[in-house]
Write a protein that binds this ligand. Structure first.
Ligand SMILES: Cc1ncc(COP(=O)(O)O)c(C=O)c1O
Length: 413
């Protein structure tokens, strides 16, 4: 007992980093930043140092940190009630469901979850049940889902199994059956995997964690055709690339290819936890009472916030963000000429990747030291996911810091 008390006292002298180091499972490699506050496209640390946020908390705060109207709506809801249960009607949730479904599939249906992984879990279950009910041949149970190498769909067992990156699978076998993997932008690799058990194709229109790899339009068109011919579902995981990030509400609108199921999360409620699955008419009626559910899914507070997000990301708002995105893209393209370590720049709208010939972690740290938040995926791709409200002045600042960091990397190489 005495020993324990001593221990507690000694914990009191520990700083926040030491406490994290001692008590937290080692799942996150955190940057050297203790967040004090955030507003719009900026974040401040505990010493008052200001950072330009080109990461938005992994593509979450698309309309900016602490957006006034989003915050107001969330607070008003919180003052009325925080939770009621999905066994009753929650006005903010019902209204959001209507607005979101109308935007994506006017004759479809929605299900709300808390997170991206849960949204994808729901989409997988929906596809499986739809396959069960819609057999192409008598007595053939359809459940196989074709996914893609380098994809990322979440960390739960099913979404991990759907993720096409072995580094995430290590230690967690056996994975769930039956997810098979094709190459993005290679339709022949998809066709080879199609068989009578195929129930869906699941793809991020733009791979995020996989290195910012956009699908090509003819490829998505062929996927759509393949799904129609084989009578299976096309699922678009828009968790990272949706909600205006590419200049359209959903990224698939850039391609003019419509899926059967769309999953959203991240920026849906601009920082409050919320995920959604929107299904087209073809499969919207699949679930019945008891098939799926969630205690917190579609929280009244998150839904109130999300309704404001939908109000904000008007076509004009998105067009303005695209203008800044083009300005940024051109500046980044210049890096290719200036820095031998820059192999290319890719992405769509404000979802951009700088492909490097070196590991990018020192550049991320350099940017952090110099007041710019970015991150690195796939070891060598710098990922930029700024809030959609950034200005050209913000771009100039970010480009200046990135240039300095690339110069620094060349010198220290
Ligand atoms: C494309 C995509 N799908 C799914 C997820 C999982 O979302 P969450 O972390 O909210 O579970 C992510 C998260 O990064 C993602 O980028």
């Amino acid at each position: 007992m005495r020993n324990t008390r001593c221990k507690r006292n000694s914990d009191k002298n520990m700083n926040i980093k030491q406490i994290e180091e001692k008590y937290f499972m080692r799942t996150y490699k955190r940057g050297d930043l203790i967040v004090k506050k955030a507003k719009d496209q900026f974040v401040w640390d505990e010493n008052g140092k200001k950072y330009l946020d080109f990461f938005s908390g992994i593509g979450v705060c698309n309309v900016g940190h602490c957006n006034d109207s989003v915050l107001r709506a969330a607070k008003e809801q919180l003052d009325s009630f925080a939770h009621a249960s999905n066994l009753y009607y929650v006005p903010s949730q019902i209204k959001l469901g209507e607005e979101l479904t109308k935007r994506i599939f006017p004759d479809g249906r929605v299900f709300f979850s808390n997170s991206g992984a849960e949204a994808n879990e729901c989409a997988i279950k929906l596809a499986r049940k739809w396959g069960f009910l819609n057999s192409s041949e008598k007595n053939v149970h359809r459940y196989e889902i074709i996914c893609f190498k380098n994809s990322f769909h979440g960390r739960t067992m099913a979404t991990l199994s759907a993720t096409g990156q072995e580094k995430f699978h290590k230690f967690f076998n056996p994975l769930q059956e039956k997810f098979v993997f094709a190459e993005i932008n290679d339709i022949e690799s998809v066709k080879k995997l199609v068989n009578k058990k195929t129930v869906a194709i699941m793809i991020e229109p733009i791979q995020g964690e996989g290195g910012l790899i956009p699908s090509k339009k003819p490829f998505l068109e062929e996927l759509r055709m393949l799904c129609d011919e084989g009578n299976f579902l096309l699922i678009f995981d828009e968790i990272q690339c949706g909600m205006g990030r590419t200049g359209k509400f959903c990224a698939f609108e850039n391609y003019d290819v419509s899926p059967d199921i769309v999953t959203l999360a991240k920026s849906l409620a601009n920082g409050l936890p919320l995920g959604a699955v929107v299904a087209a008419k073809k499969c919207a009626e699949t679930f019945v009472y008891g098939d799926h559910g969630s205690t917190f899914g579609g929280s009244p507070v998150s839904c109130a916030a999300a309704l404001e997000v939908l109000n904000i990301i008007s076509p004009k708002f998105l067009n303005d963000s695209l203008k800044v995105a083009e300005y940024l893209f051109l500046k980044l393209e210049d890096f290719k000429k200036k820095y031998s370590i820059v192999k290319g720049v890719r992405g769509l709208g404000l979802m951009l990747g700088i492909d490097l010939a070196i590991n990018g972690s020192s550049i991320v740290n350099y940017c952090l030291d110099n007041g710019l938040l970015i991150n690195c995926v796939h070891d060598t791709v710098l990922r930029l996911l700024p809030p959609l409200i950034i200005t050209k002045e913000d771009v100039d600042f970010a480009v200046k810091v990135l240039s300095k960091s690339l110069n620094y990397s060349l010198v220290t190489k």
